[in-house]
Design a protein around this ligand. Sequence first.
Ligand code: FAD
Length: 307
Amino acid sequence: PFDVLVVGGGPAGAAAAIYAARKGIRTGVVAERFGGQVLDTMGIENFISVQHTEGPKLAAQLESHVKEYEVDVMNLQKATALLPGSEGALHEVQLENGASLKAKTLILSTGARWRQMGVPGEDEYRNKGVAYCPHCDGPLFKGKRTAVIGGGNSGVEAAIDLAGIVAHVTLIEFDSQLRADAVLQAKLRSLPNVTIVTSALTTEVLGDGAKVTGLVYQDRTSEELHTIELEGIFVQIGLVPNTEWIKGAIDLSARGEIEVDARGATSVPGIFAAGDATTVPYKQIIIAMGEGSKAALSAFDYLIRQG
Ligand code: FAD
């Protein structure tokens, strides 16, 4: 069995594997797609000490750094079930291919995925004006016209954040009213360069073949279609943790995030978690790496206390 089995090969999982392997303990990583969300990212400018990099390049560096160590990397393998061992027994992770892996400790770092609008043009213009992370891509739209899709807390926070950088923000909400906290809504309404559109269904992302030029929404009351000319669209309709396979085995929040404490420990002794799949606030590469490192040190600390 593994001393530490990491499930998920994004920034959190890669950091966890390196920290564990550097303790000289038997470490494995199983990942559906090594690199995780980083593979889908273009420019990265907030990975501190690296002014600019690109997602696929960083993903390749993550993999080569992990492979510097004796880590058993099992890529293109999907975990489908978690069977926690009770009272110091081994934990088991079942894979889609029918195999199962056993380990004394687990680090769950299966990340998350942004919920998409599912409208024409969204995929085509992803990273060409369609964005999901205001902390990451906001500065790319300095002085430009943007829209935020979604009037929940994350959408309204994104609109407030962007309003300080971009020329104009149109916030588009499907419902007849915003769902964000009142204090955020008040802040948003106080900003001069924000327009709020409610009861609106985004139906299409428009572009010129190279980049976004606008969007179309339907007024759900009049059913009329409207076009907005703009350069950027931030989709903020939910970040979904990849934890469906864990449900029932450990405690998850109402939003499906793995509940972790300050050490990365979950509700089951010996099972730790890190990164976007957890309740840790702010989903970012550098944060996921820090959390993964921390979870590995916690797993090591747990192991040295076992009989
Ligand atoms: P992920 O990167 O999501 O990795 C999860 C890993 O788990 C993957 O290997 C996945 O294949 C695997 N996995 C999932 N389910 C299973 C399963 N059942 N079995 C086995 N393996 C599984 N952050 C920044 O800091 N700067 C940026 O500029 C930036 N830009 C972004 C741009 C885009 C388009 C996106 C989508 C995200 C961006 N982010 C950015 C956010 C950043 O990518 C994430 O915060 C970070 O990747 C989270 O790392 P993670 O390891 O927790 O999860």
